[in-house]
Design a protein around this ligand. Structure first.
Ligand code: ATP
Length: 581
């Protein structure tokens, strides 16, 4: 197939203003494209050479492309720059300069689609020392063979500015019309959603027809387009839609699809980029703890505090978005993954199986270790139970719950009503620190073994003269603080919970309420666990601090009864309540 034929189609697309006409032109193009290059025609039309997940991008700097153009036309660098300024588009500039070309190419050859593709592919893969001159020469050679109008699209493609504006959905429509019938459209879309590779779908259709597409299934190494969720405002409404639901913590991190084949692990992001290099720790965990040879599974990766293992907000994962120094980032900003789905195991496509079964299969396929676990989940159809579970998730750093139909299939690429997210509509920002009393402690692990990993802290209930808890506090302590804590608190140690302490949590060590410290957090949240202001805002819920941190102010000047009171916490909660999202 000649490249000029493809270019004529581009010209038609550029001229039309009607979407339906766009589809017709595409149908025509696909019908006339020989089977062996149809995948390339599809990629080039999308302005790329491979599906996105391969990670090979065109995006030659404009300056470099202009140098190649100047070498072909014989214009000076200033002249080509000037032309670009006048035309405002590198393709149009190339077209007009080639039309007015001062140098004549003696042995011009007709360009085939395959030639252009191969040349662009080579350019995209050339890198390293001396590559700039080699690239300029290669592009200039290609332009020398091009008609002016061909040069227009070559220049746009190579600089990553193709932008014909043809959506995936339009290509799918056109493929259905060209190779099957309208009814087959869903089958074709399903195939695309399971491999994210439009070129391969086109190739299969042109070679094997719709029967080939029906046999098409997910394959390790090609990301499955991820299933998305709808949103509703209350657990009750969601249950009406779903019946019994699997309610999972909605972790605040990055979605990762893990592919395993033997020892090879690939990780894909929500946008289907290969992000294996950003998460060598997650890849290693998967290599060791996915007990099967072949798998595609999904989970949410979350940043955690390196000392306490507590979950941190999403932003902390940004430290992984870098090219160099990943090893240090892994140490400094560790991450855990919480797994929630299995899409393929040992060659078997599981996407049509009900979620409850997929979860069972996932559970059997992995070894749960620190950092690599199943997502926290509750199977329930009880609104109250789910609300408590929701509050617990928020308090632990999650965004809420992901509620999923027990029998739901995995709908690749779809945002349907089988997964529904439950987030908060209100949030109570915490702008001032509060003073709390230490009433208990939990033993530390890892770096903190031998000392306390977290303290249980309480507010003061003036009316009842008791100390209801408000937080489990593990952040903000220096190494010295941690070392000295057991000694400082030794005089207050008890064999059991103090009679004036109200707690549903079982601490490892209890203290007489005596020692006051200051804490700050991101928010005050409702909590089914903490007893501060219990039943005051909502039945069966107290108030807790989300992402609590010790400010390092020891309030030795304060008696336990001088700690922040329940009434003050309630006032803060109400005063700072804001509608969100
Ligand atoms: P969306 O991903 O739905 O377009 P968004 O990018 O704003 O919207 P959210 O509204 O936060 O994301 O919700 C969806 C995302 O929640 C998922 O893509 C996934 O990354 C994340 N998530 C966290 N926990 C889970 C879970 N248990 N099951 C599924 N997704 C989860």
């Amino acid at each position: 197939m000649q490249y000029i034929e493809l270019v004529e189609f581009y010209e038609l697309i550029e001229a039309t203003t009607k979407r339906l006409e766009m589809t017709d032109f595409l149908v025509n193009l696909f019908k006339h494209t020989p089977g062996e290059v149809i995948d390339k025609v599809v990629y080039l039309t999308q302005g790329k050479l491979y599906p996105d997940f391969v990670g090979i991008e065109m995006g030659m700097a404009e300056k470099m492309a202009l140098r190649a153009l100047a070498a072909t036309t014989g214009d000076s660098p200033d002249e080509v720059e000037e032309e670009l300024k006048t035309k405002g588009d590198i393709g149009l500039a190339a077209e007009s300069l080639l039309k007015a070309k001062k140098q004549v190419t003696l042995s011009r050859k007709e360009l085939l689609v395959q030639d252009v593709y191969d040349a662009l592919d080579k350019l995209a893969k050339t890198s390293g020392a001396g590559s700039v001159d080699a690239k300029v020469r290669a592009l200039s050679g290609l332009l020398a063979d091009a008609e002016p109008v061909e040069a227009k699209y070559i220049m746009r493609t190579i600089t990553g500015k193709m932008r014909l504006g043809i959506a995936d959905m339009t290509i799918l429509d056109a493929l259905a019309q060209a190779f099957a019938d309208k009814e087959a459209r869903d089958e074709i879309e399903r195939a695309y959603n399971h491999t994210s590779d439009m070129g391969d779908v086109a190739l299969t259709l042109s070679k094997k027809g719709i029967e080939g597409i029906k046999k098409y299934h997910a394959r390790v190494g090609r990301p499955i387009r991820m299933m998305l969720a709808q949103r509703m405002e209350s657990a009750g409404e969601i249950l009406e839609k779903l019946g019994r639901a699997i309610c999972e913590w909605k972790y605040d991190g990055e979605r990762i699809q893990i592919h395993k084949l033997g020892n090879k692990i690939s990780l894909f992001s929500r946008r289907l980029e290969n992000i294996t290099e950003q998460y060598p720790d997650i890849a290693a965990l998967a290599r060791q703890n996915l007990k099967v040879e072949e798998a595609i599974i999904e989970g949410e990766c979350v940043a955690v505090d390196s000392d306490t293992g507590a979950m941190l907000p999403f932003q902390e994962l940004m430290h992984r978005r870098r090219k160099y120094g990943i090893e240090e980032a892994v140490k400094e900003f560790p991450a855990n993954i919480y797994l929630f789905d299995a899409l393929l195991i040992e060659g078997e496509d599981l996407t049509e199986k009900p979620l409850s079964q997929r979860r069972e299969i996932l559970k059997k396929a992995i070894k749960e270790v620190n950092g690599f676990r199943l997502s926290d989940a509750l199977f329930s159809s009880n609104v109250k139970e789910i609300e408590g579970y929701f509050e617990n998730a928020i308090e632990n750093g999650c965004e809420g719950l992901m509620m999923k139909g027990e029998d739901s299939t995995y709908q690749a690429g779809a945002r349907g009503w089988l997964w529904i997210k439950l987030k908060r509509s209100y949030q109570s920002k915490m702008i001032e620190p509060i003073d709390v009393v230490i009433v208990g402690a939990f033993m530390g692990r890892g770096k903190r073994s031998g000392s306390y990993g977290a303290l249980l802290v309480a507010t003061y209930d003036h009316e009842k003269d008791v100390f209801p808890t408000i937080s489990k506090l593990g952040s903000g302590f220096t190494d010295e603080d941690l070392k000295s804590l057991p000694e400082i608190l030794m005089p207050y140690k008890l064999k059991h919970k103090h009679a004036r302490v109200e707690s549903t949590l079982e601490a490892d060590v209890w203290f007489t309420p005596a020692f006051v410290i200051e804490v700050i957090g991101d928010e005050l949240t409702l909590s089914p666990i903490h007893t501060c202001a219990f039943n005051r805002i909502r039945e069966d819920a107290g108030i807790a601090i989300r992402f609590p941190r010790f400010t390092r102010r020891w309030r030795k000047d304060k008696a336990p009864e001088d700690a922040t009171t329940v009434e003050e916490v309630l006032d803060m909660y109400n005063a700072q309540l804001k509608k969100i999202g």
